[in-house]
Write a protein that binds this ligand. Structure first.
Ligand code: SF4
Length: 340
């Protein structure tokens, strides 16, 4: 059993749900004429960030569909807001989060080297799920899910020394061998660049009105096998993460998981909106006797190596303790607890 299990307190901000891909399991993406299609306005984001800050959150998780600019209506929305590219808008959002005292973590799908270079100084860490190295039917209408493209971006993030989150999605049509290849690929990339701070082992959840609504999710035993394999394959300095709103984490911790990802007191999981985040009290009960430790979106080893820009220095110093975990928050129990 690990000495402790970590989590971060985040604010999930679905900046846009317009996406060029069409994955067989997705309920996040919206077509531009759908009533729920959106590009969030800056003042809307500010209000969510301030609310999260008051609730003790340290991480602004900016999530975007991939290359929404390939959709004409989206480009009009963006230019109406005064921005010429998504990355320019995300830069503004990240700076706003930093000004409020929160550390940005952006996951915008595939980004180019120059886009990553622009966002690196404004992000404590960034992310892109590898999902799988296999070519899968679930991704046949998703050009951005070609494994080589994702592997390339994860490597570029390594060259740029961006603390990075990736992961695999379990149960979307891949075989057990595919999972092993995916994990070995991530391990190899980390051996080369040293930037993967955590690998999410995420269980697929079938959703109504999607192509994969009748596909069974992975069983608990399958998840235990994958988490055990991940712990065996991945280098020791890479955390294995499971999502406590998608699966009971206790047995998976026994298999090698050491992180529970971002949990939010103020926002929902927009990718799995049916799965509520556990409250802090519930999280404690889920891990039983194992202590919980709050971390930031940048792991301690990357704070020590100073893989962050001067722009983030003040916020990191105000939030991190001497070991690089979250300082005792200073918030009262009521304010710092997560919703029950
Ligand atoms: S890339 Fe993400 S947002 Fe886009 S369709 Fe696939 S799962 Fe949905």
């Amino acid at each position: 059993m690990p000495e402790f299990v970590t989590f971060s307190r985040n604010i999930f901000i679905p900046v846009t749900n317009i996406c060029r891909n069409q994955c067989g399991y997705c309920t996040f993406k919206r077509d531009p004429d759908h009533p729920e299609a959106r590009l969030m306005a800056l003042d809307e984001v500010v209000s969510i960030l301030e609310d999260g800050y008051r609730s003790g959150c340290t991480e602004a998780l900016f999530v975007l569909g991939e290359y929404a600019e390939e959709v004409t209506q989206y480009k009009t929305w963006l230019s109406d807001m005064g921005y010429s590219t998504t990355v320019e808008y995300v830069e503004q959002l990240c700076q706003t989060a930093i000004d409020i005292g929160i550390l940005p973590h952006t996951n915008a799908g595939i980004l180019t080297r120059s886009e990553l270079k622009r966002l690196k100084p404004l992000n404590a860490s960034m992310g892109l799920m590898l999902e799988s190295t296999a070519t899968l039917a679930a991704h046949r209408q998703s050009p951005g899910k070609e494994p080589d493209k994702r592997i390339r971006m994860i490597k570029i993030a390594g060259e740029l020394e961006i603390p990075f989150t990736t992961g695999i999605l379990v149960g979307i049509g891949e075989t057990a061998d595919d999972r092993e290849v995916s994990l070995r690929t991530i391990a190899d990339i980390h051996e080369q660049y040293g930037h993967i701070q955590e690998v999410i082992i995420q269980n697929f959840m079938p959703k109504p009105d999607t192509e994969m609504e009748h596909v069974s999710p992975p069983s608990k035993n399958e998840m235990m096998e994958v988490v055990s394999m991940a712990r065996q394959i991945l280098p020791d300095d890479v955390a294995v993460q499971v999502a406590p709103n998608l699966i009971d984490p206790y047995t998976l911790i026994q298999c090698g998981a050491t992180d529970l990802g971002g949990v939010s007191p103020t926002t929902i999981d927009w990718i799995n909106p049916e799965a509520e985040w556990p409250s802090l009290q519930k999280l404690k009960s889920l891990v039983g006797e194992i202590p919980l430790r709050e971390r930031l979106p940048i792991y301690p080893q990357y704070i020590q190596k100073r893989w962050y820009s001067d722009l983030l220095e003040g916020v990191i110093r105000s939030l991190a303790d001497e070991q690089g975990y979250r300082k005792t928050s200073g918030f009262s129990d009521d304010q710092s607890d997560l919703p029950v």
